[in-house]
Design a protein around this ligand. Structure first.
Ligand code: FDA
Length: 310
């Protein structure tokens, strides 16, 4: 109930306006968001490097209905990629970027898909110049087909572009089969949006079972699986499945979110696994933060306590 409520609120512009102005917000946000500027993202990436963790960096923003905003977000990615190259952080894909197509134009009426594709091409070209890769985040199910079509188009010129698949969607096992091919990079996560039963498993056990089936398809295939989860059970199963397929650590990776289970991130990295941390930055943190709260009631309590004691 709480999860569904918070996910509903994550798309409310009125609640967003109130929360963003709350005096406490900044401290709470800092737990999950690296900061507001390119320099903050570079700093967080450098810190992760010190403990052998890779990064995928997200300039926060989503559901943009303003062409100028979509352009500004694209420019922020170009600036970020130049800064990563400058600091030699992007070499060999050590720090890459994650992009939400709705932040760069997909949600615009009319030719949104084309605008997002053009912007994504620019970001991919900048990533190529910086020696790194791009992964397309996956948003709610109404955008899945369009995002996979954009992925297909981008991969014609930039074959290393990756995408996210969400285990809670009933369609995802089939999508994994389609994408478990040589050169294909797939990040598998549980899924973070409010979705109807007609398209998504609602029960956490069913979502976890789907995750295992999908991970098996990806790890048995020829692509590069990126297992994005903090779930200890799924990390254990992912490790066992990879060992069964005789996959070397360089042929797949684990991924987690900035600020969530950092000790587990360090433990896996120290154990010789590749670990990549999703680092969000920027001032459009509202939707991202609400999804993190929906995942864990304790985060909501942390937030409410911070408001109450301010
Ligand atoms: P689960 O939510 O069951 O958590 C397992 C354990 O991890 C919890 O018991 C707790 O210990 C810890 N934990 C999890 N979430 C926490 C939180 N918010 N705060 C504190 N502790 C927490 N989704 C999507 O729809 N589209 C996308 O593109 C992406 N991209 C993405 C990239 C990466 C790198 C990751 C790790 C995740 C995503 N997600 C995503 C989010 C994903 O779908 C999912 O909502 C979260 O990862 C939480 O699911 P878990 O698999 O971690 O399991």
């Amino acid at each position: 109930m709480l999860r569904q409520g918070l996910l509903g609120l994550s798309r409310s512009s009125q609640v967003r306006a109130v929360i963003e102005k709350a005096p406490v917000s900044r401290d709470v946000v800092r737990r999950f968001v690296a900061g507001e500027t390119t320099a903050d993202a570079v700093r967080a990436t450098t810190e992760l490097r010190e403990s052998d963790r890779l990064a995928t960096i997200d300039f926060l923003g989503e559901d943009t209905l303003d062409v100028a905003q979509a352009r500004a977000t694209t420019d922020a990615y170009l600036e970020l990629l130049a800064a990563l190259a400058d600091q030699r952080l992007s070499l060999d894909g050590a720090a890459e970027v994650s992009v939400k197509l709705s932040a760069i134009g997909q949600a615009l009426p009319g030719d949104g898909d084309k605008i997002a594709l053009d912007h994504a091409r620019e970001i991919c070209q900048a990533a190529r110049n910086a020696g790194t890769t791009v992964t397309l985040d996956m948003e709610d199910h109404t955008t899945t087909d369009a995002t996979l079509e954009t992925l297909r188009e981008l991969r014609q010129d930039f074959p290393w572009v990756g995408a996210v698949l969400q285990a809670y969607l009933r369609r995802t096992e089939a999508d994994c089969r389609d994408l478990a091919t040589a050169g294909s990079r797939v990040r598998l996560c549980k899924g973070a949006y409010k979705e109807p039963e007609s398209v998504a498993f609602q029960d956490s056990v069913e979502v976890a079972s789907s995750y295992v089936r999908c991970a098996k398809v990806l790890l048995e295939g020829d692509g590069y699986p990126m297992l994005a989860t903090h779930d200890p059970h799924l990390i254990e199963i992912g490790t066992a499945l990879a060992a069964k397929e005789l996959r070397a650590p360089s042929t797949f990776e684990f991924q987690m979110l900035y600020g969530i289970r950092p000790h587990e991130q360090e433990r896996l990295a120290a154990d010789g696994q590749q670990v990549r941390v999703y680092v969000p930055y920027g001032d459009q943190w509202y939707g991202y933060l609400m999804r993190r709260m929906a995942e864990r009631p304790a985060n909501t309590m942390f937030f409410l306590r911070a408001v109450a004691t301010k």
